[in-house]
Write a protein that binds this ligand. Structure first.
Ligand code: DLL
Length: 436
C-alpha cells in the first residue's frame, strides 16, 4: 500500500528535529502567554517560574497546569490572548457547573486547524475525490465545523449532513456515493441499525473508511462497526479546549493508537493523583500544551483522559508519537450521544425544581446502539400523590428543564420519598450500564 502524507517533512521528521521545533514554539508560547494572559501570568508568578526559565522541553514541568475550571472561572473570554476583533469563530462545550467552556479562534487558528484536520484525514487514507459524509453535529460543538474545514482544505467533497435523521442520512449516503463517514462511533452503529431496518445493504454503498471519535469506544465496538458498515473504522481524538477534532489520528497501519500532531500539541502523561510526570510508556492522564494556537493558547491542560504514549516507530513511517485509545476519564464526566454531561449539571437542574428532593440517580444505558439517560428522582412527601396527572406534570417539567439546559433528552422516573439508597460515603449518583 502506498502511504500518503499531508506534510511528509513534519510527519516523518526524526525526533531530534521535531523536538527542536517544539522547544522554539514552547518558548515563544510561554513568553506570549506571560505577557498577554493575566490569569496564567498570576499562576506562573505564584509558581515562581518565568518565561526565560524554559530552556529545554523538560522545563515544561515547571509550568502550572490548566484545568477546565480555569476556563470556567474566566468565562467567557478571559483567557484569550488576542482582542475580540481578532476572533473569527467561537465554539463551546459544557462545563462542570453548566457554564459553557468557550473557545475562540483567530483567522490563522482556523487555517492551522483546517490543515491539522486535512492531515488527519489523509492519515486515514482520505484524498481529493473522496465524498465525505460529515455526521458530526454542526454548531457550537467543534466536531461538525472543525471536520468540515479540514475536508475542504484537503480538497475532498464535504457533505455537511450534521447529526440526526438517520433515514435521510442513509439515502443521501447512497445517492451521493459517500466514500468516507465521519461520526461518533455510537451514531455509526445507529446508522447501521437503521440501514438494516430499511433493508439497505452496506455492501451496496461506497463507504470505504469511517473516522470515528468524540467519545470512548472499544476494540469490540470497532469490530462491530466495521462488520456492520463494511468499512475500515479509524479513531480520531480531540477536545475543544486544545483545538477540536484532529489533535490525534489513527493511521491505517497502526495497530495501537493515534498519531498526535506533535508539532502543534505537546503531550505529557502524568499521575492523576500527584500531578507528577510518568515515565515514557506508562498509563496516566493526558496533558496537552498547544504550540501554535493564537487566540486561546493552552499550557499543560489536564484532559482527564486516560491513555499512554507509544514511542515505538509505526509502520506508516510517521515519527509522530502515538497515544493509545482512551480507556476512560479521571472525573465523572459522562459522554451521552457525544454530549458531555456532568452529574453536577443534572443536580443543578433538579435543585431548581420545587417538587423533588435532592436525592437522585442517573442511569445510563445503551439501548440498541444509542446511549440513553434515565433520571430517578425522589418526589417530596407533600407532592407525592396518587394523582397520575400531577406526577406526569412534574416529570415533563424536569424533562424539559434538562433538555433546555443540557441539550439532551432523558427519561424521568419519579420514585417514592426515601426510596433511593442514602450514601455512607460518596454518593453513587451514576449507574453506567453501557458496556463499551
Ligand atoms: O469531542 C472533539 C471531537 C470531535 C473529537 C469530533 C473527535 C471527533 P469535546 O466536546 O470538547 O471535543 O470533548 C472532548 O471527548 O476529552 C474525550 O474525553 C472525548 N473524546 C474525544 N475524542 C475521543 C476519542 C470533541 N477518539 C472529550 N476516544 C475528550 C475517546 C474521546 N474519547
Amino acid at each position: 500500500m502506498k502511504i500518503a502524507y499531508w506534510n511528509d517533512e513534519i510527519e516523518t521528521m526524526p525526533r531530534a528535529g521535531l523536538e527542536s521545533i517544539q522547544l522554539i514554539r514552547l518558548q515563544k508560547l510561554v513568553t506570549r502567554v506571560y505577557a498577554l494572559v493575566k490569569p496564567y501570568r498570576q499562576k506562573m508568578d505564584a509558581a515562581g517560574v518565568r518565561p526565560e526559565d524554559i530552556r529545554s522541553l523538560a522545563d515544561l514541568q515547571r509550568l502550572p497546569f490548566m484545568v477546565k475550571n480555569d476556563l470556567r472561572d474566566n468565562y467567557p473570554f478571559g483567557l484569550f490572548a488576542v482582542s475580540l476583533d481578532e476572533i473569527i469563530r467561537l465554539h463551546a462545550s459544557s462545563g462542570t457547573t453548566g457554564k459553557a467552556t468557550v473557545v475562540g479562534y483567530t483567522e490563522k487558528d482556523i487555517v492551522t486547524w483546517s490543515n491539522i484536520v486535512a492531515r488527519a484525514l489523509v492519515c486515514a487514507g482520505a484524498h481529493k475525490g473522496d465524498l465525505i459524509h460529515n455526521a458530526y453535529g454542526y454548531g457550537l460543538f467543534t466536531g461538525g465545523l472543525g471536520a468540515h474545514y479540514g475536508i475542504e482544505r484537503l480538497g475532498a467533497t464535504a457533505i455537511p449532513v450534521s447529526g440526526g435523521n438517520s433515514k435521510r442520512q442513509i439515502s443521501i449516503m447512497k445517492d451521493f456515493g459517500a466514500t468516507i463517514l465521519l461520526s461518533t462511533p455510537s451514531y455509526a452503529l445507529n446508522l447501521a441499525e437503521a440501514m438494516d431496518s430499511l433493508g439497505v445493504d452496506p455492501k451496496s454503498l461506497s463507504l470505504r473508511v469511517g473516522i470515528f471519535g468524540a467519545e470512548p469506544w472499544s476494540e469490540n465496538m470497532r469490530e462491530e462497526v466495521e462488520r456492520k458498515l463494511n468499512l475500515k473504522a479509524t479513531d480520531i481524538y480531540g477536545l475543544s479546549e486544545v483545538m477540536g477534532p484532529g489533535v490525534a489520528m489513527e493511521c491505517l497501519l497502526s495497530d495501537k493508537g493515534m498519531h498526535i500532531m506533535e508539532d502543534h500539541f505537546l503531550p505529557e502523561i502524568i499521575d492523576p493523583d500527584t500531578g507528577e510526570p510518568l515515565p515514557p510508556g506508562e498509563t496516566g492522564e493526558l496533558v496537552f500544551t498547544t504550540l501554535t494556537k493564537e487566540a486561546l493558547p493552552i499550557i499543560r491542560y489536564r484532559t482527564r483522559d486516560i491513555s499512554r504514549l507509544i514511542y515505538e516507530p509505526c509502520s506508516c513511517g510517521r515519527t509522530l508519537v502515538r497515544m493509545e485509545k482512551v480507556s476512560g476519564r479521571t472525573d465523572d464526566m459522562l459522554i451521552i450521544r457525544g454530549v458531555n454531561v456532568f452529574p453536577s449539571q443534572v443536580e443543578h437542574v433538579l435543585m431548581s425544581v420545587d417538587e423533588v428532593e435532592p436525592h437522585y440517580q442517573i442511569v445510563v444505558d445503551r439501548v440498541g446502539n444509542l446511549d440513553t439517560m434515565q433520571l430517578h428522582v425522589e418526589v417530596g412527601e407533600q407532592f407525592f400523590s396518587d394523582k397520575i396527572k400531577q406526577l406526569q406534570g412534574i416529570r415533563q417539567h424536569i424533562q424539559k428543564e434538562i433538555k433546555d439546559y443540557l441539550g439532551i433528552t432523558c427519561k424521568v422516573k419519579l420514585v417514592e420519598p426515601k426510596s433511593i439508597q442514602r450514601s455512607e460515603g460518596k454518593a453513587q449518583r451514576v449507574i453506567d450500564n453501557r458496556k463499551l
